[in-house]
Design a protein. Structure first.
Length: 885
């Protein structure tokens, strides 16, 4: 590292997977007592400990907790037997084989702006313990392989804290003097400390019930602030559907008498799967048609199911150490995606998930933070809650299921749970269960967990019309990533078909196979760097290969000529390949136009691309949701990702020009779609209704790009009609991107109407932050000073800073360097307030290798400026220093 580091500050140390050692002491039970107070909460903890290793020295983690007293089996502990560690932890010498340790500590929820540990939000108490927040509540061996039974008693003022919740089942409550009261909760299931939760405050419950398949009656409740009760219906419906699905699909039932969810508006992530008491970002609970978009509704279904599914994949069977994070996250994302496919239009859900994977995970895998699904080392674990661990991890599970088959996969899940219930295990344990259940050797497949980088799959083919032999040659390479210069081939399942020149599916008979059973679709397994697949018995014309159907592997496919892409976009039976081929076609043309633009040529809509769009419009009404996806041009970032040196400005100009020309060329059809898809009935959230709104708004957005159409008046009318947030926001988006005279008035009206609804106000910030207008950078700088902007609220930071830096490439990469400077200033201001969120914002500055020299220099200078700050958190330090390497 050549960064100018403050020599007095030690460089934070990396933790390595290979250094794992089992804990020296186990905790059998935990008895916690909380006396809640905003600035001086007292936590008394009684831990029943048992020695497991050789050492008699007990070390407990601790951070920002003040020790008041400690005793061992009733005897007060003091120095030198008791020692405070520089890390903030505690060390106790001469520990017996089994004993009770009692500590009393004080913490300040009000001072906790990190939102890790116990904190206040809107006057209510919430906890967040994953990954290492429990040590900010009490001294503890805060690691996931220490699983204990918890009993939790809370006391607080009855007036301000009528609700007192923790994990498990309620086990008593009562009154105390001076207007205080208490409640006790007991969790019968042993759990790691990261699943501990406490919620206390003035909240109201929306209640329902669910009866499990074996007859357990479960009381469901969602706790929100008074006034939000009407906004919990979709979350509750999603929860019940998830509970039923896990029983039907995996035979997994809920295992407590209550399932509570509490919603909080200050939260670092989406939600948290604490045992029996999930805590959610309000963004993934609250929805009304007039405040939430269709995407918000879909997000609620996804996140509610995700957290619920963790009850088995994460909680009952948990991770041995944090390197195994994908054991629970990859598997649980796979489960929530499968569930969402079941709940809605499977094909459209699939391609939306692929789009997200490519938008977030592929760049990560190609950038300075690239890491395997199971990382080998980290400095700050919070930096590894990544698209790689989550989304690529899910793709790896999905491929495994594809390889061994759905029935074996189910057997493997049964075996995994039967073997490892109440254990903290590894990714190897999961793969072994799948291997034992299927009888298939998955050792090579495990490379997917160990190797970073996105494999590149190349196709070549040749056809001999005389013999009807078609040779498909597939080859793979994975580019080097930090710390992994050499890569090995990975097993890539390639779901495929062949189309005849007329578009009809051809029988797939591999050389040496029986003609009678030739299927029309099959899965080829590419295991080597390069392999030939020889098909026989084909007719006269050269077949067109349809590859990676359903996105059967998370790879980049190349090598198909433009004509084949155009053909597949129009003719293939697989919706994913149809969509993907159109996207690849558009990408290739956009890259060509970017090069032409740099040579001084004005971009014009290529005929081939116009034909693809015309075909999508022809069939739009039969599947509006698919059509909306197929009409969207690849994002500016996606195109940039295909270039060795990106040109954000040229890409933006080309993409905007294409959008304008598409709007102009198809204006009458777009207007007809906008009219025809209008919904007069009540707002409905089913897949068909969502698809209709998506297509209608896609049509509006194209139309509004083209001068001389009535796109802007339509947007004004749609905004004024205010039918639902999806339509309002789509209309406002159009106006915000425009120079329409109604723009300022619409923004002001929106702000005035929603100023007291934080989730809606987030949209107001994000919309302006992602505008393509020339004055956006100035507007964003002004918004950072707006009275409604708040560095302490992660949603608001993401809505302004995150949306700008990650979602507005042309302005973030402004030639002046002002975009980079803005981001660096925000990271510097945020780091002492909330280092987890600050570290997450750094990402876009790490993309300097793909930018021209001038931009790269400015980006590096901003990274250096952040790094030079005294007292930088270790999370931000890790992100910045790795970004500079
Ligand atoms: N475990 C949570 C999930 O995947 C995410 C999370 C991580 C939340 C860390 C908070 C802190 O659902
Ligand atoms: Zn999760």
């Amino acid at each position: 590292m050549n960064a100018p580091l403050d020599s007095s500050a030690a460089t934070p140390a990396a933790i390595h997977r290979q250094d794992y050692r089992p804990p020296a002491f186990l905790v059998e039970s935990v008895d916690l007592h909380f006396s809640l107070h905003p600035t001086a909460t007292r936590v008394r903890a009684k831990l029943a400990l048992r020695r497991q290793g050789e050492s008699r020295v007990l070390e407990l983690d601790g951070e920002a907790v003040t020790l008041i007293e400690a005793s061992l089996d009733g005897t007060r502990l003091a120095a030198p037997r008791l020692e405070m560690l520089p890390s903030g932890g505690l060390r106790i010498a001469d520990a017996p084989d089994s004993f009770v340790l009692e500590t009393l500590v004080e913490i300040s929820p009000e001072a906790n702006t990190e939102l890790s540990g116990l904190y206040l939000s809107g006057g209510n108490y919430f906890t967040q313990c994953e990954a290492e927040g429990f040590r900010r509540i009490t001294f503890f061996p805060d690691r996931p392989d220490v699983m204990a039974r918890y009993s939790v008693t809370m006391e607080a003022d009855r007036a301000t804290c009528p609700v007192l919740l923790s994990n498990g089942n309620p086990a008593g409550s009562g009154e105390l003097p001076e207007g205080r009261h208490w409640a006790r909760w007991e969790d019968p299931h042993p759990k790691p400390s990261y699943l501990f939760a406490l919620v206390a405050g003035d909240l109201v419950a929306v209640r329902d019930r669910f009866t499990t398949r074996s007859g357990r009656d479960v009381a469901l409740a969602i706790y929100v602030r008074d006034g939000d009760q009407d906004a919990c219906g979709h979350a509750m419906a999603s929860l019940k559907a998830s509970m039923a699905w896990d029983e039907a699909e995996y035979g997994l039932e809920y295992d407590l008498d209550v399932f509570n969810i509490a919603a909080v508006s200050d939260f670092n992530m989406g939600a948290m799967e604490n045992k029996g008491l999930n805590i959610f970002n309000t963004k993934y609970i609250l929805a009304r048609p007039e405040t939430a978009t269709d995407a918000d509704y879909e997000g609620i279904e996804t996140v509610v199911s995700h957290e619920y599914f963790h009850n088995w994949t994460g909680n009952r069977v948990t991770c041995r150490d944090w390197f195994q994070l994908s054991l629970k996250e990859g598997l649980t994302v796979f489960r929530d995606q499968h569930f969402s496919e079941f709940m809605g239009s499977a094909a459209v859900k699939r391609l939306a998930n692929v789009r997200r994977l490519r938008a977030a995970q592929f760049p990560e895998d190609a950038g300075p933070m690239a890491h395997p699904v199971r990382p080998d080392s980290y400095v700050e674990i919070n930096n590894f809650y990544t698209a790689t661990v989550y989304q690529k991890g899910s793709e790896v599970v999905r491929m495994m299921r594809e390889l061994i088959g759905a029935a074996n996969f189910r057997k493997g899940m049964d075996l995994y749970i039967a073997r490892h219930d109440n254990q903290a295990v590894t990714i190897e344990d999961f793969v072994r269960a799948m291997q034992d259940a299927s009888g298939l050797d998955l050792s090579r497949f495990s490379r997917w967990y160990a190797q970073a980088g996105t494999p590149e799959l190349r196709v070549e083919d040749s056809f001999d019309p005389a013999t009807g032999r078609y040779v498909l040659t597939l080859s793979q390479t994975t580019p080097p990533t930090p710390g992994q210069p050499e890569k090995q081939p990975v097993p890539i399942p390639v779901a495929m078909g062949l189309l005849g020149p007329d578009g009809a599916p051809l029988p797939l008979r591999l050389a040496g196979e029986n003609a009678a059973e030739a299927p029309e679709e099959r899965v080829l397994l590419l295991e080597e760097a390069r392999q030939d697949f020889v098909f026989e018995g084909l007719g006269e014309g050269k077949p067109i290969p349809s590859l990676l159907r359903g996105f059967s592997a998370p790879v980049k496919l190349s090598g198909l000529p433009l004509e084949s892409l155009g053909f597949l976009a129009a003719r293939d039976s697989d919706p994913f390949v149809r969509w993907e081929s159109g996207q690849q076609y558009a990408t290739a043309e956009m890259l060509r136009l970017v090069a032409a633009h740099r040579a001084g040529e004005a971009p014009a809509l290529p005929e081939g691309l116009a034909n693809i769009i015309a075909a999508v419009l022809d069939h739009a009404e039969s599947d509006p949701a698919f059509a909306a996806e197929a009409l969207a041009l690849p994002s500016e970032d996606f195109v940039a990702g295909q270039m060795t040196v990106a040109d954000p400005e040229a890409i933006h100009i080309v993409r905007q020009a294409l959008r304008r020309e598409i709007g102009a060329r198809f204006a009458p059809r777009l207007a007809a779609l906008h009219d025809g898809l209008e919904n007069s009935g009540p707002y409905r959230i089913d897949g068909v209704s969502i698809g209709r709104r998506a297509l209608r708004n896609a049509a509006l957005s194209y139309l509004a790009q083209a001068p001389g159409t009535d796109g802007l008046p339509r947007a004004r009318a749609q905004f004024a009609a205010g039918a639902n947030m999806t339509d309002v926001l789509a209309a406002l988006r159009v106006l915000v991107d425009s120079t329409d005279p109604a723009r300022e008035e619409a923004l002001a009206a929106f702000h005035a109407r929603w100023r007291n609804d934080p989730l809606v106000l987030d949209k107001w910030f994000a919309l302006q932050a992602t505008s393509s207008r020339a004055d956006t950078l100035v507007a964003v700088q002004a918004l950072a000073l707006h009275p409604d902007f708040d560095l302490r609220n992660p949603n608001r930071v993401r809505a302004l800073v995150g949306a700008f830096a990650a979602g507005n490439p042309v302005h973030f990469h402004a030639a002046s360097g002002e975009g980079y400077r803005f981001l660096a200033e925000m990271v510097i201001a945020l780091d002492p307030v909330n280092s987890q969120v600050a570290a997450r914002m750094v990402g876009p500055l790490g993309d300097w290798k793909r930018q021209n020299e001038q931009r790269a220099g400015m980006m590096r200078a901003e990274l250096q400026r952040i790094l030079a700050r005294p007292n930088l958190s270790k999370g931000t330090f890790e992100k910045v220093s790795k970004s500079l390497a």
